[in-house]
Design a protein around this ligand. Structure first.
Ligand code: ZN
Length: 270
């Protein structure tokens, strides 16, 4: 099955083919039992959070090999903390947008069993989503990798300081509770439970380039479920898994997720 594409501007204009695809996506959502969502950086760009991988992103300023690995933290915590402060600088003071709110609304209405996000910016929680699996961790808390202690992060205080904070229990340097390169991605057990019997996966704001998130739509598709993607562009990152047809969404809605997802949610919820 190949991907059917609806450009959202055409849907708004009432263009027949685009409208047909849009209505079909809504029909799938109406008739699906369990639904889940997968989100990535693109959903937060509209809130002003730069994509880490973009030319303005932190990896352009702080090369991954030098700052973004767990080894970099172990070898030189004060240096790694330059990256961590830049991350809080990027996500601080940002508010959820319509896409985050639409997903929270779908969950409240019983239309979404949960969502998996690659983002660490807390905007899904801020929008009111509850069943959120943060596979790359979260920047709300600080983590002690030695004893496992977690504590709330106070970004303002952390940004104002040049010190590396230390664990109150064991004295080790703390890091953000974020998965850096070389650390294990989280949430597999919860993801398995979420995707079991999942009939519809809504993908928003991710080009499906990062393992393992890029395999989740495939998991749903292989089990006979449908995949609807909301994204700005149809491009796939070169490192995406082999572009067999089943890794592509069944329907792709092109437009800003902050516009398309709220429209979809309100059409679905009536
Ligand atoms: Zn500790």
């Amino acid at each position: 099955m190949s991907t059917r594409v609806a450009i959202y501007e055409d849907v708004e204009r009432g263009e027949r083919e685009a409208l047909e695809v849009w209505e079909e996506a809504l029909a799938w959502a109406r008739e699906s039992g369990k639904s889940a969502a997968l989100t990535g950086a693109g959903i937060s760009v509209e809130s002003g959070v730069p994509d880490f991988r973009s030319p303005q992103g932190v990896w352009a300023r702080f090369p991954v090999e030098e700052y973004g690995t767990i080894e970099a933290f172990f070898v030189n915590p004060p240096k790694a903390w330059r990256l961590y402060r830049a991350i809080w600088g990027d996500i601080g003071g940002k508010e959820p947008n319509g896409a985050h709110r639409a997903l929270a609304e779908l969950e409240r209405a019983g239309r979404l069993a949960g969502l998996v996000t690659q983002n660490i910016d807390n905007l899904h929680h801020a929008a009111g989503s509850r069943a959120v699996i943060e596979i790359h961790g979260d920047a709300r808390r600080l983590q002690c990798v030695r004893c496992g202690r977690l504590e709330q992060a106070d970004p303002e205080a952390l940004l104002a300081s040049t010190e590396v904070p230390h664990c109150a229990d064991c004295g080790s340097p703390l890091k953000p509770n974020v998965v850096f390169f070389g650390e294990a991605v989280r949430g597999f057990t919860e993801i398995d439970a979420l995707l079991a019997d999942c009939e519809l996966m809504v993908v928003a704001g991710t080009s499906s380039s990062v393992w393992p998130a890029n395999t989740l739509p495939l998991t749903v598709a292989r089990a006979g479920g449908r995949v609807i993607e909301f994204n700005l562009s149809a491009e796939r990152a070169p490192e995406a898994p082999a572009l067999s047809e089943r890794t592509l969404p069944d329907i792709l809605v092109l437009g800003e997720a902050g516009t398309t997802l709220p429209a979809f949610a309100s059409a679905l919820l009536g």
